[in-house]
Design a protein around this ligand. Structure first.
Ligand SMILES: NC(=O)c1ccc[n+]([C@@H]2O[C@H](COP(=O)([O-])OP(=O)(O)OC[C@H]3O[C@@H](n4cnc5c(N)ncnc54)[C@H](O)[C@@H]3O)[C@@H](O)[C@H]2O)c1
Ligand SMILES: O=C(O)C(=O)C[C@@H](O)[C@H](O)[C@H](O)COP(=O)(O)O
Ligand SMILES: [Zn+2]
Length: 371
């Protein structure tokens, strides 16, 4: 019997692709992948944790459709999104005889998805890839939209490319094995969609976030479909972040990426955790500048705190001065004409982009937050 599934499309003309969402889809992966292949062969890239839990299942699903595969299992964790990880992966793909028309499968969280996407954008000047996200974060955000990258010491995702996947297959059943801390990190990106432009969805998060994190499958299914639909709409409107639309997906990230840099892209602070703290800082900065009410900023902080996410510099484990944090922000990819546009807000669900505030003012604000 076929799995019940939701099908969305990222509308990008010739680069359009489907997003399939359904419990149990991993078991049917071969049937969805087969029509894309020029030869019955693929390469799976994953990490150690995901390989233990799902590589055999995915292999069986491909085998059932007569698709042979080889696999590369990389170390789990953010450090794999690096020059070393990229070198290892690209050399492996070439050793495996990857062809431009092959479809490499990224099976894992945002680290594997971002790394595989970037490798596929440059190997043989570009081959195809398929996202099979297994974390909440990757299912609601990173698997869709084609931002691919590695981190370098100067900053987060500074070396990368826009390279869209050919297909995204989301099986929320994989979340049953995901540790609670990782679920929380993904949930921060769910809340982000409410804060960008959807106050009703933020209210839904306030009412349902705890249940979602505790394992409510209906809440998870709703949050994934709603988030991915929002992301697909934004990406379709501004694929390469040139029109001040896609940049809204960066809400909380200019602050958050600085916190990640400060903690060395390590397990001390996960990406989603940094984004949670970053979204509180963006709202508080907006309140400090008289753009939004202090009550709205507090509402955001209170919800993230209620689900045990970092919601301040201190709870994110940061005691660095504002100038050092602002210095990280100077490398932000959104900088134009020497100015960093910030994603700020006029209230819940009313975010906007502005380059009115300089990094000096951000540094002063961060000093006050640390005090
Ligand atoms: N490209 C984008 O648009 C985009 C968007 C958001 C985040 N990101 C990037 O995504 C990365 C973070 O992704 P992430 O939070 O998925 O982290 P991750 O890929 O490191 O995965 C988190 C942890 O969960 C484990 N794991 C994954 N799936 C599992 C499962 N089903 N069961 C048990 N364990 C599992 C992994 O092995 C890892 O230890 C960051 O590098 C961030 O910059 C990219
Ligand atoms: O898809 C986007 O656009 C986003 O901004 C999604 C973010 O959640 C993601 O973390 C992204 O990688 C951050 O953007 P970046 O351009 O600063 O890497
Ligand atoms: Zn993010």
């Amino acid at each position: 019997m076929e799995t019940a599934m939701t099908r969305l499309t990222v509308e990008l003309g010739a680069r359009s692709y489907p997003i399939l969402i359904g419990e149990g889809l991993l078991d049917e992966l071969g049937a969805h992948v087969a029509p894309l292949l020029k030869r019955p062969r693929t390469m799976i890239v994953t990490d150690t944790h995901v390989a233990d839990a799902y590589l055999a299942k995915v292999g069986a699903a491909l085998g059932a459709e007569g698709i042979s595969f080889s696999s590369l299992v990389l170390p789990a964790g953010e450090a794999t999104k690096s020059w070393e990880g990229l070198a290892r992966l690209t050399e492996w793909l070439i050793g495996e005889g990857v062809e431009r028309s092959d479809h490499v499968i990224a099976l894992g969280g945002g680290v594997i998805g971002d790394l595989v996407g970037f490798a596929c954008s440059i190997v043989k000047r570009g081959c195809a890839f398929i996202q099979v996200p297994t974390t909440l974060l990757a299912q609601v955000d990173s698997s869709v939209g084609g931002k691919t990258a590695i981190n370098v010491p100067a900053g987060k995702n500074l070396i990368g490319a826009f390279h869209q996947p050919a297909l995204v297959v989301i099986d929320p059943a994989t979340l049953t094995t995901l540790p609670r801390r990782e679920l929380g990190a993904g949930y921060a990106e769910v809340v982000k969609y409410g804060l960008i432009d959807d106050a009703d969805f933020f209210a839904w998060c306030e009412a349902n976030g705890a249940a979602l994190l505790a394992g409510d499958t209906a809440a998870r299914a709703y949050a994934i479909a709603h988030s991915v639909a929002a992301k697909a709409r934004i990406v379709a409107a501004d694929e390469r972040e040139t029109q001040d639309i896609r940049a809204l997906l960066n809400l909380g990230h200019s602050f958050g990426h600085a916190l990640e840099a400060e903690t060395g892209y390590s397990a001390r602070l996960l990406h989603g955790e940094a984004v949670a703290a970053g979204m509180v800082l963006a709202h508080r900065f907006s309140a400090a500048k008289g753009l939004c009410s202090a009550a709205d900023a507090e509402r955001v902080r209170a919800h993230l705190a209620s689900v045990d996410l970092p919601h301040s510099l201190a709870s994110a484990g940061i005691n660095t001065g504002g100038a050092a944090l602002a210095a990280h922000m100077a490398h932000d990819k959104k900088v134009r004409g020497g100015k960093l546009p910030l994603i700020l807000t006029r209230g819940i669900g009313q975010s906007f982009i502005t380059d009115e505030y300089g990094l000096d003012s951000v540094a002063d604000f961060l000093d006050a937050q640390a005090a």
